[in-house]
Ligand binder design. Structure first.
Ligand code: BJW
Length: 317
């Protein structure tokens, strides 16, 4: 039942067959990605305007990057924390939180680190954060296990204050200028006059957040970088939920390119348990391997998700 509808126009037959399946489903998974938060103003990673289109993931989101230049990596994550704090959950976050509360056999696997699902009231026991959380910090010292959750300090260290003078640091222009300068590590000399105020000096390790417990290690963001294992407890919980029962009725795949593993692999795992797949995405090309029994809903998750869940959750605003 893959649809070729115009953006945001949901074919009534698709809506009807999906709603019917949703109503009768007792075991549902949701796999969430950055597109869910796009309408909240947060950039995705791979699409148009995506972070990895202009930022080299290997210089910012790997353990090696942190070893090489922890100041640059912290500037990037301090900025991401700032943006996430300024953002607000959108209608799709609220709709999914509501659905999760209403369906007992429901588990959300979120790749998002922005905290918006939590702020929308998503039941925490039904929310597994596959790639961690921007607002967790942990010590990098090998012998120290310090982890702090819910750290919302912005900036996380005085030296990481976003150096934008005379401009609203939350404006698109300032964000863009700051993140571009971050990526390219531009020096003041290289920037043109209009960019002067956003020059980002390198931040010495001594000025970065340090572990309050061991006093030795640098703190790092509690997110999962490329080449790192996903949190063991999270993987165990997800695998157990999937394996525990003979069947899964439905998997909602919302706003993800489904290119990053092991997260993307959960779609096939759910399918192997009988799940029908419903993809919500602005790009049809990111909905691979759908069968005639699946659904593709094209458009902005913030509009589509409340609409397709309406039959079960009603109007949630
Ligand atoms: C909209 C929209 C709107 C836009 N409405 N839709 C198997 C094969 C090949 C490689 C591997 C493999 N297994 C593992 C790997 C390696 C690697 C990997 O997958 N690489 C691939 C890129 C090829 N995986 C890993 O390294 C993982 N670790 C691992 O496997 O460890 C093994 C291990 C075991 C034991 C010991 C040691 C190691 C870790 C992956 C961590 C990913 N981390 C990041 C950064 C997190 C922190 C941060 O935020 O900075 O996670 S990368 C980035 O990608 C982030 C995201 O969560 C993740 C997924 O991206 P997402 O959410 O799908 O975003 P986009 O931008 O890709 O897609 C957005 C979608 O939304 C698009 O489709 C748009 O069209 C759509 N959209 N607007 C609806 N309004």
């Amino acid at each position: 039942m893959a649809s070729t509808a115009a953006p945001s126009a949901i074919p009534p037959a698709d809506l009807e067959s999906f709603s019917s399946r949703l109503k009768s489903s007792t075991r549902i998974l949701a796999l969430l990605g950055a597109g869910l938060s796009a309408a909240s103003g947060l950039p995705t990673f791979r699409g148009a305007g995506g972070i990895w289109r202009t930022h080299d993931a290997m210089q910012l989101a790997t353990p090696e990057a942190f070893d090489t230049d922890p100041g640059l990596v912290w500037q990037f994550y301090n900025y991401r924390r700032h943006m996430a704090l300024a953002a607000r959950p959108n209608a799709a976050h609220y709709a999914l939180a509501e659905l999760s509360g209403r369906k007992e056999g429901f588990l959300t696997l979120s790749q998002n680190v922005d905290g918006l699902s939590q702020r929308a009231g998503h039941p925490l026991e039904k929310l597994q954060l596959l790639h961690g959380n921007l607002f967790d910090v942990k010590c990098t010292d090998f012998y120290c296990n310090y982890v702090q959750q819910n750290n919302y300090t912005d900036p996380i260290a005085p030296a990481l204050a976003i150096p934008v003078e005379g401009t609203d640091p939350t404006s698109f222009e300032a964000r863009h200028a700051v993140s571009s300068a971050l990526l390219e590590k531009k020096t003041r000399k290289e920037l043109d006059i209009a960019d002067e105020s956003i020059y980002l000096p390198s931040v010495p390790a001594g000025d970065l957040p340090h572990c309050p417990e061991c006093k030795r290690g640098l703190l790092r963001p509690g997110v999962v970088w490329f080449g790192e294992a996903l949190p063991g407890k999270t993987i165990d919980t997800v695998n157990q939920w999937i394996m525990d029962s003979k069947k899964i009725d439905l998997i909602l795949v919302i706003g993800t390119s489904a290119k990053v593993y092991p997260a993307a692999g959960y779609v096939d795992m759910a399918r192997s348990k009988g799940a029908r797949v419903a993809v919500v995405n602005t790009e049809q090309g990111d909905a691979r391997g759908l069968t005639k029994d699946d659904w593709f809903f094209k458009g902005d998750a913030a509009i589509i998700v409340p609409e397709i869940l309406k039959g079960v959750i009603g109007d949630v605003r």
